[in-house]
Design a protein around this ligand. Structure first.
Ligand code: SF4
Length: 447
């Protein structure tokens, strides 16, 4: 059996591409190994939309290149966003790599690797990002069997001034509702109990299609066409959240009361320079609307500090808004100056030191809010999806409530009771920390 070692970097959308590659390479006779020294094929699926991700990808390629240096018979393959962005330059800089393929090559990775094996020259397979996977693309899940991502679109038609993704991943392409329902149903048959819908902008789903596909119709089809108990939505663009969507979420308990809505900033002047299609007042109205339709819902957002021209007063405004909106989870990122983005040409750059200070101030303010908000779960009985033995201690089980997304939010540490990974059990919450909860599994029928 040929042996494969795969490293998947970046976002869940990239992880789905890695899962398609895993399935194709398994069909081609590869088995997956954890130790790169054992592998015949070393594959890095890269991220490349901001500087730190580019550096991480380069470091990972160079780390694996050491194994190829020790055993030149190994194949070293690099795929994904970094290649889509820097393809030809990478080929010059990294001669030890046998094959470079961009964001569209994953669907025929097996054929590309067979070709690379015979060609002494590093193969560079670079093409405009046009491909859109469908349910005929088998996936080898890399997540635990009971949860999976469903990538509903590719690319993005928004033009946020700080973002490289449209130039890397191309224009918006939305999969057909029937095709997505087929894949979701297959995932359900594989044991998936939590399906997380992902895209660059989930609310843009279907915008470019000629049929009447949109997010609400897709959700209704997934609810009717599968028995998956937990369906979660990530990456909702603020202006795309309709009353129709909120009404459906309020009526359907399988659509989790959880909304991840990247605001990126709150100050009107900064949002305009980011080319985001809303202002502070729209965000005020949105938070109130969501709370009216879904009072118990958890709200997560993403904020960017250090955008060119950002003032101390605008960071203060951000903190004030967080104190008023009392969101459940907030990811705060530092603006990265990316050559190729319109924002790159803006004046009044903010120093790295100032970005750091602003990042810490906003995170500190949010940590106080999250700590207070978590307290209201204490004493509640909540359904919890069991992940398994805790990473913290073998004496604890770990799980997540509906209000905690995988890989990005906190978890529930379970101090009493037993259950298996993938079980959804009632847990009485006995304690709360800034982001994590503590609880005990309730016996069936226990009040
Ligand atoms: S919505 Fe904006 S930030 Fe998100 S991928 Fe599209 S252009 Fe980038």
């Amino acid at each position: 059996m040929k042996k494969l070692h795969l490293v998947s970097l970046g976002c869940p959308k990239n992880l789905v591409d890695s899962e398609v590659m895993l399935a194709r390479l398994e069909q081609d006779g590869y088995g997956v190994v954890a130790d790169p020294a054992e592998a015949d094929l070393l594959l890095v699926n890269t991220c490349g939309f901001i500087g730190p991700a580019v550096q991480e990808a380069i470091d990972e390629i160079l780390r694996l290149a050491e194994y190829k240096r020790a055993d030149p018979a190994k194949l070293l393959v690099v795929t994904g966003c970094l290649v889509q962005r820097y393809g030809a330059d990478l080929q010059k800089e990294l001669p030890e790599v046998d094959l470079f393929t961009g964001t569209d090559g994953f669907q025929e990775i097996d054929a590309l690797i067979r070709r690379a094996g015979h060609d002494p020259e590093a193969l560079l397979d670079l093409r405009p990002a046009k491909f859109l996977m469908d349910s005929s693309s088998a996936r080898r899940l890399s997540t635990p069997f009971f949860r999976s991502y469903l990538k509903i679109t590719e690319g993005c038609d928004n033009r946020c001034s700080y973002c490289m993704i449209p130039s890397i991943r191309g224009k918006l392409r939305s999969r057909a509702i029937a095709d997505l329902t087929t894949e979701a149903d297959r995932l359900a048959a594989m044991g998936v109990r939590e399906l997380t819908l992902i895209a660059q902008d989930l609310t843009a789903y279907g915008n470019e299609r000629q049929d009447s596909a949109d997010l609400v119709r897709l959700l209704k089809a997934l609810l009717a066409g599968t028995d998956i108990p937990w369906i979660r939505l990530l990456y909702l663009y603020p202006t795309g959240i309709t009353d129709e969507l909120l009404t459906l979420m309020a009526a359907e308990p399988r659509l989790l009361p959880y909304l991840d809505i990247p605001f990126q900033h709150v100050a009107d002047r900064v949002l305009r320079r980011m080319n985001r299609r809303y202002g502070r007042h729209d965000l005020d109205t949105l938070v109130a609307r969501v709370r009216r339709f879904l009072p118990a819902a958890a709200l997560r957002t993403t904020l960017l500090v250090g955008f060119p021209g950002e003032s101390e007063a605008e960071v203060e405004e951000m903190i004030d808004c967080l104190r008023r909106w009392r969101l459940d989870n907030v990811g705060v990122f530092r603006y990265a100056d990316e050559d190729g983005c319109p924002a790159y040409r803006l004046a009044d750059k903010v120093s790295e030191e100032t970005k750091e200070r602003r990042h810490d101030r906003v995170m500190k303010a949010q940590a106080e809010i999250s700590t207070e908000k978590q307290q209201h779960y204490v004493g509640m009985d909540l359904p919890v999806l069991i992940e398994g033995i805790s990473r913290e201690s073998d004496l604890l089980l770990e799980g997540r409530t509906m209000f905690q997304a995988p890989e990005i939010d906190g978890c529930v540490y379970i101090t009493a009771g037993t259950a298996n990974p993938g079980d959804i059990v009632q847990v009485r919450i006995t304690g709360a920390h800034t982001y994590d909860l503590v609880g005990e599994i309730m016996e069936p029928g226990e009040n």
